[in-house]
Ligand binder design. Structure first.
Ligand SMILES: Cc1cc2nc3c(=O)[nH]c(=O)nc-3n(C[C@H](O)[C@H](O)[C@H](O)COP(=O)(O)OP(=O)(O)OC[C@H]3O[C@@H](n4cnc5c(N)ncnc54)[C@H](O)[C@@H]3O)c2cc1C
Length: 500
């Protein structure tokens, strides 16, 4: 297993639960990939370095399968905490949309749009697990029954996100949905662009968008502990550039039928398999497109954010982008290669649900605030002024509270994790084509080299902490082994006969 992000850890755990010997190799000094937290400020406040909110770590089939086996995150001390308000989306007049952990409560706050909101989301919330089962697996492998079970989602998800937003009459409901849809970093007029927003909004109104007590790195530590207890060997500080490195390090021999899983970008995978792929597979990897980047800024503040709308004080996530039209325009401009003057900004106040993240300077408490702006792929332009402008627009006086800050450009993000190509934090562009062809429409996990599989966020279902890239890739590998009637051979050295 190359790479110890959530997908790599999920694949390693799933293989180990099948009694297969696993060696997990990670280039950094600790496991986690996008699941990391640190104390970068002199106050000691705790910041999530990448992923901050974990709706899918509560709801994905990988994490629920751990619960069912009695080895869930709770057993290794991982605790989730829910902010009172899931998402806030302020508007200039001090009004705005608020997402709560129930469709009815969210709808009640939307006045004239209450009925339409319930019509859109109640059928989704009633079938949230069917929706997740469909959306978190490769579309081309779904059974017709899965589409029927999740039909309310299928019908809505096929539309552009803006078409769903325009079902509402008030600017607050429209902005609320477009802010959530913009998480996918794709133009909101594209077909299928509604899928991500509907999924995230529904999960928010059912499972919530919790933070991890003690920082998102706790999930990585928890998963690593589960993996180690299942017998997985973890090697850190070891970058893999060629299959030969894996063969040398872990005694793996793909020629003899051992398996290699790559939690890497398709570009890195191309280098690792080094010309051994079939031409069509290599072409699919070369064709793979990465999406826009993130310009990440963490702040340490010596007071609460002075929101114009006081309800935002208890929101975990706040979307700063203004009206649906402005959010949509900002997303189009990053795709055109411009840093918008009014970018879409995500802001996280994890400390409202997890007060142990607060720091201290002298006798005063400081609050760590997590933000990033969407910027063009690989952009080197300084987006800090535009990001600050967008925060000040809804919280005048914010800048006066800054004690410390840490800025990471798209290039810095890629330096920290090779998978964030050009600052793309989602593992690849979420356009309609790549929702299906990620990086290939059929057998998306098979690299085309016998026994070598891709399992990162560049495979279905894409970005996010859900572990489903790894989970699905292992299913695909075991299915392939079964088809060839040589699972034991394909799985390589096993501790016990493999049981399907
Ligand atoms: C700023 C930011 C905010 C985010 N916010 C959220 C959020 O709130 N909620 C959410 O669900 N998701 C969020 N995400 C996305 C989420 O973190 C990723 O989608 C997820 O981590 C992808 O998991 P992965 O296992 O595919 O890859 P990664 O987490 O990227 O892990 C890949 C691992 O493989 C290692 N690696 C790569 N190449 C090699 C190699 N050649 N040899 C050895 N090791 C290698 C890397 O060092 C890394 O540890 C965010 C990401 C970022 C950056």
């Amino acid at each position: 297993m190359v790479g110890a992000g959530p997908n790599g850890l999920a694949a390693a755990i799933k293989l180990a639960t099948h009694d297969i010997d696993v060696t997990l190799v990670e280039s950094r000094s600790s496991t986690g990939g996008g699941l990391r937290s640190s104390r970068p400020f002199r106050s000691g406040s705790l910041v999530d370095d990448c992923s901050g909110f974990h709706p899918l770590a509560m709801a994905s089939p990988f994490f629920t399968s751990l619960e069912q086996r009695g080895i869930g995150l709770a057993t290794v001390g991982v605790e989730f905490a829910h902010p009172a308000v899931v998402v806030g989306h302020p508007l200039d007049d001090g009004d705005g949309g608020i997402l709560l952990r129930s469709v009815v409560e969210t709808a009640e706050r939307l006045g004239p749009d209450a009925t339409t909101w319930r019509r859109v989301f109640e059928p989704l919330a009633d079938n949230v697990d069917a929706m997740l089962n469909l959306a978190l697996r490769p579309l081309t492998a779904a059974h017709p029954k899965d589409f029927v079970a999740a039909r309310a989602f299928v019908i809505r998800a096929a539309m552009p996100a803006n078409a769903i937003s325009l079902l509402f009459r008030t600017s607050r409901a429209r902005a609320l949905l477009s802010g959530i849809s913009a998480h996918t970093l794709s133009p909101l007029w594209w077909p299928l662009s509604a899928a991500g927003g509907l999924l995230l909004a529904t999960v928010g109104q059912t499972y919530g968008w919790p933070v991890v007590v003690g920082g998102s790195g706790s999930i990585a530590r928890g998963l690593s502990r589960i993996a180690t207890e299942l017998g997985v060997t973890i090697i850190t500080d070891q970058r893999i550039d060629r299959l030969a490195d894996v063969e040398k390090l872990a005694g793996v021999d793909t020629g003899r039928g051992d398996l290699v899983f790559l939690d890497t970008s398709p570009r890195a995978a191309l280098g690792i398999v080094d010309g051994r792929q079939r031409r069509a597979d290599a072409a699919a990897y070369r064709r793979f497109r990465h999406g826009p980047g993130a310009f990440k800024v963490d702040f340490d503040l010596r007071g609460d954010i002075p929101w114009t709308n006081p309800e935002l004080a208890s929101a975990g996530t706040v979307h700063l982008g203004g009206t649906w039209r402005e959010v949509s325009g900002a997303e189009i401009s990053v795709w055109r290669g411009c840093v918008s003057e009014q970018p879409y900004v995500l802001l996280g106040q994890q400390y409202v649900a997890d007060p142990q993240r607060l720091g201290r300077v002298g006798g005063d408490l400081t609050r760590p605030v997590w933000t990033y702006a969407h910027v063009p792929h690989g952009s080197s332009k300084d987006a800090l002024p535009a990001l600050l402008r967008q925060v000040e627009r809804f919280a005048p006086g914010f800048q006066d509270l800054i004690v410390d800050m840490r800025v990471r450009t798209p290039a810095d993000l890629e330096d920290g994790n090779a998978n964030y190509v050009g600052g793309d934090i989602g593992g690849g562009a979420n356009d309609a084509l790549q929702l299906i062809r990620r990086p290939k429409a059929f057998s998306p996990y098979a690299t085309g080299v016998a026994g070598v599989f891709l399992c990162s966020a560049s495979t279905p279902p894409g970005g996010g902490v859900h572990g489903m890239g790894g989970y699905n890739a292992v299913d695909a590998a075991l299915r392939e082994g079964r088809r060839e009637g040589g699972v034991r051979r394909l799985c390589g050295p096993t501790r016990a006969p493999y049981r399907c």
